[in-house]
Design a protein around this ligand. Structure first.
Ligand SMILES: Nc1ncnc2c1ncn2[C@@H]1O[C@H](COP(=O)(O)OP(=O)(O)OP(=O)(O)O)[C@@H](O)[C@H]1O
Ligand SMILES: [Mg+2]
Length: 263
């Protein structure tokens, strides 16, 4: 589904602040992969997502998606098949618009397959979909999204992303701004949606336990490289302790503290 071939990204080339943040990275992501991505601050995780989404162009190497070289395709072209959710719940939906209008915009992007024209039918469809979230949002279609809590808003963003029928979903610490209860709720929804829609997913998290518990494959990044790539049975047998030990062994240095990853 995604092939990153010998990708590098250098910022501020030729200046004193030149910095290579992705180094000769090769990665093949399969259609059914749900990959969790961990690594300390500055490891290059978000930059990796920017290279996949087209928000950044690689300095070297190519990005191939579904067999097509999209390295030079701008972000808006890739947005048709890539859904991305950020840490900040305010980014996924438009605050000064109602739930219904927010969903209507998604409808225009992804619901063409549904061929629903009557507004009443659309409303009924939105209501039905919102019910799945189990938050009572189906009765708040006319309210502004700004009235929702962070957790509700992130759940709505997740639903809208799924309804837009992407092939690939990139989650960048999408539960990090939520309290533990809401984070667990959004993670639960995330897993349900990924399973039922069979979405190819990469999820960045600083929660090592989440990285171990969710998905079929785990990547650890450090200094712009993937230093650990674990899947299947080996992933199931992982513990936070084992991961930290593996990091120390590979890098021959200690994590400054576990908080670097868990922050
Ligand atoms: N546009 C940019 N210009 C210059 N440097 C950048 C730019 N974007 C990112 N960087 C640098 O690249 C490095 C990797 O950043 P990135 O955001 O990918 O890290 P991350 O792994 O997502 O970290 P975090 O866990 O803190 O989100 C950092 O040192 C960052 O300062
Ligand atoms: Mg980041």
């Amino acid at each position: 589904m995604i092939e990153l071939e010998n990708i590098s990204k250098t910022f501020n080339t030729g200046t004193h602040s030149e910095k290579t943040v992705i180094r000769d990275l090769n990665l093949t992501v399969d259609k059914d992969d749900f990959i969790t991505v961990i690594g300390s601050n500055g490891a290059g995780k978000t930059t990796l997502f920017n290279l996949i989404s087209g928000n950044l162009k690689p300095t070297k190497g190519s990005v191939v998606i579904s067999g097509k070289d999209v390295t030079r395709d701008p972000e808006y072209k890739r947005a048709g098949y890539i859904g991305r959710i950020f840490q900040d719940p305010l980014l996924g939906t438009a605050s000064n618009m109602t739930l219904e209008d927010n969903m209507m915009i998604t409808a225009e992007k992804g619901f063409k397959w549904l061929k629903i024209s009557l507004n009443n039918r659309k409303r009924a469809y939105f209501r039905e979909e919102l019910k799945q979230l189990g938050m009572g949002l189906e009765n708040r279609l006319k309210e502004n999204v700004s009235l929702l809590s962070g957790g509700q808003r992130q759940a709505l963003t997740l639903l809208m992303t799924v309804l837009s029928k992407p092939d690939i979903v990139l989650l960048d610490e999408h539960t990090a701004a939520l309290d533990p209860r809401n984070a667990a709720m959004v993670m639960d929804l995330t897993e349900r949606f990924i399973d039922s829609h069979r979405l190819t997913t990469l999820m960045i998290t600083h929660n090592m336990q989440h990285a171990i518990d969710y998905g079929n494959r785990l990547l650890m990044m450090d200094g712009g490289e993937v230093i650990i790539d674990i899947s299947h049975e080996e992933k199931k047998a992982l513990t936070v302790k084992k991961l930290v030990a593996m990091f120390n062994d590979i890098r021959k240095k200690e994590f400054e503290t576990d908080e670097v990853l868990l922050a």
